[in-house]
Ligand binder design. Sequence first.
Ligand code: NAD
Length: 498
Amino acid sequence: MSVEVTHFINGAVTPGGDRHADIMNPAEGNACGTVALAGADTVRVAVDAAAAAFPAWRDTPPARRATILFEYKQRLEANFDRIATLITREHGKTLGDARGELRRGIEVVDYACGAPQLLKGEFSKNSGPAIDTWTEHQPLGVVAGITPFNFPAMVPMWMFPMAIACGNTFVLKPSEKDPSAAIELARLFSEAGLPDGVFNVVNGEAAAVNALLAEPRVQAVSFVGSTPVAEHIYRTAAANGKRVQALGGAKNCAVVMPDADIDNAASALVGAAYGSCGERCMAISVAICVGDETADALVSSIGEKLDQLVIGDGMEEGVAMGPLITAEHLARVRGYVETGVGEGATLVADGRETVPDGLRGYFLGGCLFDHVTPGMTIFKEEIFGPVLCVMRAANLDQAMQWIDNHAYGNGTCVFTRDGETARRFTDRIQVGMVGVNVPLPVPVASHSFGGWKRSLFGDLYAYGPDAVRFYTRTKTITQRWPDARTREAANFEFPSNQ
Ligand code: NAD
């Protein structure tokens, strides 16, 4: 089945224009459809629709917005497996993994249903003599989201349900590599009663993104993707006077202490390193073991589990790991494996040789490096593939120093049975999201998601309470109703309550 994915503007699927790209099925290694690539004209039409829809949506009571969000949730549930299948076909991740990302996206819709509570503001009676003060959270206007290929449903859902619940209208530019899910998310929202133009999707590449960044009516930009692009988005959007949050790449290290349950830690790490073929911004790609004994035991246990790893088409039952996203990305990841060998790391498991016969897509088996050191490229750079590096630290301080000195600071975790170790680690480590015996500490929807250092450009995290702050501007109103019978003299002193 071949699909033709275009745009969703002003409540309807709209034609695509001239430029198209193939959408690949990464398990089969062939095209499964085409995607339209928007230029500046299409972006302008989408922003026109969002700008026209804003005044009425801004004035729609939050409780009414919540009613539409509740209805949207029902429709997402009713179409759950169909959307998961779209994700797997274009991304390659297993169906179970696709269901997991969609579930986490729906949890943001659940949270956004609390719009009346989230937006109710603050009030102080008698903040001065017969003066009342309140603070409101007002929507910004048209806001844009630009999202990566690796979570084609969840990452857009980190953004648009919250932005829309807050009274904004939204233009989403999803990844051109797996665009079908986003169109489906927009269509279902529209069917749930969302007014036309409140949520628009334009497909495309850098040209569409740059048109959004240059568009004066776009008030704020949320971006998730690689660090070089995040930095470009942050600089350009900020230079154009927009509010911006740009979440970038990652290199997430787990510290394994000698007192940890090594076999359980190995199971957790195999899931966190090789799940979704390592194409998660929260994937664990480095295990720093404290002590050689810990490292020897962990490497042996992970090696055994890797032998059992079932690789194949994510649509098939029992498959644990699907393909990488494109042929180019496969070549890039294989290049990193070669670099690691060249730089002297020990390749304990070589996934280049463990891909089962008969798979024509972009497959790579699980790779495991031991004796990786801080100067090696495979430690310093994000690989974004099924490659786990084991490092050997003398003690917890050295492990933490390697993590703190790293350019990225998205996620990390520590495996230990010792509370003091866990407390010191969580308190001091220079990383935005931290797990204790939790390898993928992705915050639930009522908290916010983000990294430190070169993993996030901007001040506020995605979804949760930070999203209300990002997608609204604060207005503080001070009100007084003077007694008309009293004559008042001018006051030249700065007013205060003293
Ligand atoms: P990417 O940066 O290549 O693309 C992200 C988006 O930016 C896409 O919509 C793409 O079309 C657009 N884009 C690409 N190049 C551009 C350019 N030069 N100018 C303007 N726009 C451009 O990222 P990707 O390969 O789709 O996703 C993988 C990356 O995303 C990894 O680095 C991963 O760590 C990161 N990621 C981070 C998080 C997080 O929360 N920090 C979450 C998911 C993914």
